[in-house]
Design a protein around this ligand. Structure first.
Ligand SMILES: C[S@@+](CC[C@H](N)C(=O)[O-])C[C@H]1O[C@@H](n2cnc3c(N)ncnc32)[C@H](O)[C@@H]1O
Length: 308
């Protein structure tokens, strides 16, 4: 129950090309699958700063890596990388950063965390249960248009209006406090099922992304990582759905091309040359990986390297 099978591990390690003795950041520690492989590649002088905004992840990591002096484990949101890295690096150049986005299996599988529409639990969905508000309290007070917008934009749900209306009607009768209660409200409102998908999939994804400010976190985390990397350092990002992947793709393309305004000049000034280059093509899990870990199904890995 407390296990997470890391995705695209070999591909990520190849992409980060860890250097013995280097300093690396795992921005999404989870249960430490990627961190363990990084540490194994780094030798005695290597160091990893691993971050997670979930206290349970950090507590499990402190047990698993109790004797690991090369690892610093920090409970924090990765949007704070710009302050976390200088505070922990002791001046070491940063050779690589990994983001493996979304939620872990222990989060999804624990009914008490409220992420799953398949098991009953309190409608919470916060990765950091020490801050912010649970989905249930936001749904109790949000306006119908706000709810519709979140579900339409973050869930890319065609029937967002119907779902929002169903939520607002249902909460007049009784507060919506449980995951299965919400899943049923949505299933009654969205009768058209996408093959293999529960009708509440999109709504749950949207509410999770909203309550954890996932796109805001990602925007700040990526910008900080790009600024912090040393020349030759690599940024690897694993995403699980199209909204995240679009943001990462656009961010990486922006980093690795000449400013379009300056690109029109006959001679491009050296200061306008891109600071990054894209490494390889987007990687997807193999059929074998998906067969043994269905949660890897939608994973995509993108990588850039700082060149100046
Ligand atoms: C897919 S799991 C990572 C799994 C990990 N690579 C492993 O091998 O076990 C994502 C983890 O990132 C954490 N997380 C997601 N967004 C975060 C954020 N903005 N700041 C810090 N941690 C975050 C989640 O709490 C979760 O534990």
């Amino acid at each position: 129950m407390d296990e997470h099978t890391p995705v695209l591990v070999d591909e990520t390690l190849t992409a980060l090309a860890p250097e013995a003795g280097g300093y690396y950041v795992d921005a999404t520690f989870g249960r430490g699958g990627h961190t363990a492989r990084l540490l194994a590649a780094l030798g005695g002088e290597g160091r990893v700063l691993a971050i997670d905004q979930d206290r349970e992840a950090i507590a499990a990591g402190r047990q698993r890596f109790a004797d690991e002096v090369r690892l610093a484990l920090v409970h924090a949101p990765f949007a704070d990388l710009a302050t976390l890295v200088p505070a922990h690096s002791q001046g070491r150049p940063l050779r690589g950063v990994l983001f493996d986005l979304g939620v872990s299996s222990p989060q999804l599988d624990a009914p008490a965390r409220g992420f799953s529409f398949r098991t009953d639990g309190p409608l919470d969905m916060r990765m950091d249960a020490t801050r912010g508000e649970p989905v249930s309290s936001w749904l109790a007070r949000a306006g119908i248009d706000e709810i519709r917008e979140v579900i339409a934009e973050l869930g890319e749900e065609r029937f967002a209006r119907r779902v929002a209306e169903a939520i607002v009607n249902a909460r007049r009768a009784a507060p919506i406090t449980r995951t299965l209660q919400l899943a049923e409200i949505v299933a009654r409102a969205v009768r058209t099922r996408e093959p293999g998908k529960h009708p509440a999939t999109r709504t749950f994804q949207a509410l999770r992304m909203f309550i954890n400010d996932e796109l805001g976190q990602l925007e700040r985390g990526l910008a900080a990582a790009a600024d912090l990397l040393a020349i030759g350092g690599r940024l690897a990002v694993i995403t699980f759905h199209s909204l995240e992947d679009r943001m990462v793709k656009q961010f990486m393309q922006g980093l690795s091309r000449v400013d379009p305004e300056l690109a029109r000049l006959p001679v491009i000034p050296p200061s306008a040359e891109p600071r990054f280059r894209i490494v390889g093509r987007k990687a997807r899990p193999s059929a074998e990986e998906v067969a043994s870990n269905p949660r890897a199904r939608s994973a995509m890995l993108r990588v850039v390297e700082r060149v100046r």
